[in-house]
Design a protein around this ligand. Structure first.
Ligand code: HEM
Length: 453
């Protein structure tokens, strides 16, 4: 509830800040054109440039001729900040593109949760092949039996699920199938509106390139997923070890999902909030002070999340189910047992869990320091709310982590802990976005202190 209030407050105030664009009015000189010039310098790709531009410019937008180039250069300085806007076709376009991008980010969030559920219900190795475009699920009893026969050849069936009933197999199969198809559906949800908005001229070159990169990451995520699953279908190194996907590949899959989510959420914020909420120079100075701490803490949150992926990948949540001590000691004796030393940080159950505990504790403490050191600072109320929300979320996440560990990683808590990590990252994204440096023209228009409304 608190978090939602903070987000709403940021968006509302940013809308007011963006009023500067409305007041100044739209100029005949289009920022699309400037964007295009940054990437395609004449005469190298003049032909391509005009063809591309005619698709991007919204109806009625003036296309300047090359002879106006000098005028454009001077205008470029005046409108430099407009260049940074990802959607320049008006507030309606900003709104619909923003909704679509926030929706896509929410879809990725749900994919992460579904992926966590798939892993925690041990369903991830039920489908033994993969096609980029996907296939229909088994539709008849005969097809189900065929799929089940394939699964019976896998090490997971032979070593862990021997004697499994077909009804049980159907459950794990449907979990994995849903996860894969949910991902493919995201591709469609992303690509179709993208083409439509491109056709309408809502998407600038800057935004277009960024979204293409995110789309490529999304397609790559499917490949990484299959690369991960394949490692779990291979025979384990010893007859005593259960089949498990490679922790490196699991961490790559989870980190890539987090990166796609962060990219989409950040881009959505930048579309609806081209300027940070800044109403006075004092608040801008306050935000700069917050930035110094917020950036390194965000990196720390990211590192903690990646270390969590290694905990999950090594099934390290099933060892040392005590807190704060790890068993009877604070630091297990075998943390540097593996050779070379570096392997311990990624493959040794004790070291991986110790790392995660240390990083999580450091995250919580630094979040407390951020809150404490900014509590008397003159900053925008929205920034203060987001800091408070982030601290609350970090405390909740640590509580969830400890509960997950103490109760031997039940599906419900494990999934909540995974969703909690993404929620904490969301708070950090929101905070970093809210305390960005405003454009020069917004800075020039700001009073020293906030005027009483
Ligand atoms: C800021 C704090 C924390 C963050 C951001 C965080 C993040 C994560 C992430 C991203 C995962 C991987 C999730 C998955 O793939 O299922 C994970 C797993 C895990 N974390 Fe944390 N964590 C935090 C604190 C803690 C704490 C304090 C503990 C307990 C001491 C803990 C225990 C675990 C365990 C046992 C797992 C493995 C769960 C599984 O096998 O699914 N976490 N964590």
């Amino acid at each position: 509830m608190f978090g939602r209030g903070a987000v709403w407050s940021v968006l509302k105030r940013s809308k007011e800040a963006c009023g500067i664009y409305k007041l100044r009015g739209r100029t005949p000189f289009s920022p699309y054109t400037q964007n295009s010039f940054k990437f395609f310098t004449p005469p190298v790709a003049a032909h391509y440039f005009h063809a591309f531009q005619s698709r991007l410019l919204p109806k009625g937008e003036h296309v300047p001729h090359m002879r106006n180039f000098s005028k454009m250069v001077s205008a470029e300085a005046r409108h430099k900040e407009e260049l940074k806007m990802l959607v320049t076709a008006g507030s309606h376009a900003r709104k619909v593109v923003g909704i679509w991008l926030f929706g896509s980010a929410a879809w990725v969030f749900s994919m992460v949760v579904l992926g966590g559920l798939t892993r925690l219900t041990r369903s991830g190795l039920s489908m033994t092949d993969w096609k980029f475009t996907g296939t229909l699920p088994p539709l008849s009893d005969e097809e189900w039996l065929q799929e089940f026969e394939k699964y019976k050849q896998s090490p997971e069936y032979k070593r862990v699920n021997r004697g499994m009933k077909i009804e049980e197999f159907k459950f794990i199969y449907w979990m994995e199938y849903a996860h894969r198809m949910w991902g493919r559906a995201l591709g469609v949800i992303f690509a179709l509106p993208y083409s439509y908005f491109l056709h309408k001229g809502y998407i600038t070159v800057r935004l277009g390139l960024r979204l293409c990169a995110l789309f490529a990451l999304g397609a790559g995520q499917g490949l990484i997923g299959w690369w991960m699953v394949k490692s779990g279908l291979e025979e384990p190194p010893s007859e005593y070890s259960p089949p498990r996907v490679s922790p490196y590949r699991l961490a790559a899959h989870l980190t890539s999902a987090f990166a796609i989510y962060c990219g989409l959420f950040w881009t959505a914020l930048s579309v609806v909030m081209p300027e940070p909420p800044a109403e006075s120079l004092t608040w801008v100075r306050g935000a700069a002070k917050v930035r110094r701490l917020a950036l390194p803490i965000s990196v720390l949150v990211g590192l903690t999340a990646v270390s969590g992926a290694f905990v999950a990948g090594n099934d390290a949540g099933h060892a040392f189910n005590t807190f704060p001590k790890m068993g009877d000691t604070w630091i297990p004796e075998d943390i540097f047992e593996m050779k070379p030393l570096i392997r311990n940080f990624f493959e040794n159950t004790s070291t991986v869990q110790l790392d995660h505990r240390v990083l999580a504790t450091a995250t919580l403490i630094s979040m407390g320091v951020l809150w404490w050191s900014t509590r008397k600072l003159d900053i925008h109320p929205a920034v203060r709310s987001v800091i408070g929300g982030a601290l609350g979320m970090a405390a909740l996440q640590v509580t969830l982590g400890i509960s997950t560990l103490l109760s031997y990683v039940p599906v419900s808590l494990g999934t909540a802990h995974q969703a909690g990590a993404l929620t904490l990252l969301t708070f950090m994204l929101l905070l970093n976005h809210t305390i960005r440096r405003p454009s020069l023209s917004l800075l020039k228009s700001l009073p020293q202190v906030v005027k009483a409304h």
